[in-house]
Design a protein around this ligand. Sequence first.
Ligand code: CA
Length: 248
Amino acid sequence: MYLSAIKNFITKNKYPEFQLKAVFFDMDGVLLDSMDFHSIAWVKTMNGLNIPFTMEEAYMNEGRVGHDTINNAYLRTFGRVATLDEQENIYQIKTNHLEDLGEIHAMPYSNDLLNKVKKQGLEIYLVTGSGQLTLLESLEDYFPNTFVKEKMVTAFDVKNGKPSPEPYLKALAKSGLNPWEVVVIENAPLGVESSTSAGLFTIGINSGPLDPDLLYTSGADIVFPGGMKELYKNWDDFYQVNLAPINA
Ligand code: CA
């Protein structure tokens, strides 16, 4: 199953081969068990401004940078995008709601997977649409000595957030690797759209209430409906397939 997924990926993208050298991790819903809190914070923020907004919508928007989510809701409700001041204020309200909800924890099995990936000698990158400083700073507490600034792309580094390919293309440029040497771990449809349009092999893990089929329709090469736990349990099998370069 993994081999055929990789061969399909090579053929689809017209790459010469596939040789795994790095893993690009999304943050929310992959490394951090944060999506319920984000969704609740968005719903509270929007509803407080008389903008209709549901938990499901929050999940569908996952991966976007904050101002895109705000502008989409504004356009729909008020027929215009938010001003820069409004964007800043609303994102601050969302941040306050998020912090009021309490501490966000590491996703179960994420540390185990990162340790495994490190031992296997693969490089680790972070690619997130998040601009939540508290969360970005918490990475060092949850995953010590794993993420360094030179190997991170956050909301502060991009002009166009996910689903644009820009965040993943930036990470690829930082890594100096070829697109056939990277695997992306994403949990949201827009995140998968971003990584696959950057031409990267993408494993979708489901960590919310959305139908996991949405990850396939967004372009994921492999989907684990059982989330990080299922990915962790299957990682060694996937890695084994990648011990030597794969041709189409
Ligand atoms: Ca995510």
